[in-house]
Design a protein around this ligand. Structure first.
Ligand code: PMP
Length: 404
């Protein structure tokens, strides 16, 4: 039994109004709202535990370290990694991908080597590779998609050659909602001896992910998109790969011994965690993961899928509606345009009705080029959204459309 009223009561912000209307928050792809337990865990830790982790012999430092390291175990279990050594805390998906592009590029890529990405990537899975391209002369190869927003797997296979060093793809598109067949894509890459990085920013909040099942080599996600705090993220990496990579940033925590003659680096995962980590944030992430686990990722998945297909049905009946992304396996994201109403006008007018949606290119300009548009309006759902909110959205779109 999915008790939506009880769930909504956990999120104080959902009770507020904007412009004297009840808030309808449909910008979850950008960031999710936080349940009371997450915010309270942060306050509580600052009030009663706060001390820098790892370095202290004193009581508080040890308590803070325990919470921080217990969070690593919570993350490990959530994504079913083999070992806590495979869980690197970062600032978010963006930093996780930059870390990997930088370290993997330094260790394994030379001029003329290639990385395969897809046409539907977020800028954060394009630009780090382009920076590497500038630094080292590597090349980007791009997996094309069909008009429905499905990656062309036969074209994907053709992109592999003796210079392919890594594949880096989104698990779920933040614009189209397409769920890419990662397991199959990993199988193909591995058959060519190539590792795979998965951008899980938009998958982790919506369905259970399993590192051992997907068999990807690296996986990145952000806490703030899964009801956790901003400024924290995770890079998962198979231990045998992380062992082979050089450190990312230098500083405290990531070293074993330092002298001016020679510095040795700490073991995994600390080798990649220079400086004081956001230990309050990592604990809050663990609280968020416990929260979604308590509801159940499968229940969240069913609820959101039902909501998405209901929204698709209702929205498709609106005159002039164009929906971008109609793949068979589509997650809780709907990008659309109505007639020739500019996405910014639609978004601004919906906002006046209390409906928060995102407009623009959604940090996926190459995808916008592929679709031949400048931007879309995007409604993205979370575990607390309701059918009534979808009805409000649909009525809002119709009302805005009637004004043009
Ligand atoms: N990848 C995808 C698919 C995303 O949707 C986002 C966030 N919009 C990111 C990466 C970047 O995440 P963050 O800003 O949390 O680093």
């Amino acid at each position: 039994m999915y008790d939506i009223d009880k769930i909504r009561a956990d999120f104080p912000i959902l009770e507020r109004t904007v412009y004297n209307r009840p808030l309808v928050y449909l910008d979850n792809g950008a960031t999710t709202q936080k349940p009371r337990c997450v915010v309270e865990a942060m306050t509580e830790e600052y009030y009663s535990v706060n001390a820098n982790v790892h370095r202290g012999v004193h009581f508080l430092s040890q308590k803070a370290t325990e919470l921080h390291e217990a969070s690593r175990e919570t993350v490990r279990s959530f994504i079913n990694a083999r070992s806590i050594n495979e869980i690197v805390f970062t600032r978010g998906t963006t930093e996780s991908i930059n870390l990997l592009a930088s370290c993997f590029g330094d260790a394994f890529m030379n001029e003329g080597d290639e990385v395969i990405v897809s046409v539907m990537e977020h800028h954060s899975n394009i630009v780090p590779w382009q920076l590497l391209a500038e630094r080292k002369g590597i090349k980007l190869r791009v997996i094309p998609m069909t008009d429905s927003g499905t990656l062309m797997l036969d074209e994907y296979e053709k992109l592999f050659n003796e210079r392919t060093r890594i594949v880096s793809v989104a698990h779920v598109s933040n614009v189209l909602g397409t769920v890419n067949p990662i397991k199959e894509m990993v199988r193909v890459a591995h058959a060519h001896g190539v590792p795979v990085l998965v951008d899980g920013a938009q998958s982790t909040p919506h369905f259970a992910v399993d590192m051992q099942l997907l068999d990807c080599d690296f996986f990145a996600f952000s806490a703030h998109k899964i009801y956790g705090p901003t400024g924290v993220g995770v890079l998962y990496g198979k231990e045998e790969w992380l062992d082979k990579l050089p450190p990312y940033q230098g500083g405290g925590e990531m070293i074993k011994n330092v002298s001016f003659e020679k510095t040795t680096f700490n073991e995994l995962p600390y080798k990649f965690e220079a400086g004081t980590p956001d230990y309050i944030g990592t604990h809050a992430l663990a609280v968020a993961l416990d929260y979604v686990n308590k509801i159940g990722m499968d229940q969240i998945y069913s609820h959101e899928r039902e909501l998405t297909s209901y929204a698709m049905q209702q929205m498709q009946q609106i005159d002039g509606m164009r929906i971008f992304g109609t793949a068979t396996d589509k997650d809780a994201v709907i990008s659309f345009l109505v007639g020739n109403i500019h996405h910014l006008d639609m978004g601004t007018l919906l906002d006046r009705l209390g409906i928060a949606v995102r407009t623009g290119h959604h940090c996926a300009e190459p995808l916008m080029n592929r679709l031949g548009i400048e931007g879309t309006v995007r409604a993205s759902f979370a575990l607390y959204n309701t059918k009534e909110e979808v009805d409000t959205l649909v009525a809002g779109i119709k009302r805005v459309a009637s004004m043009f």
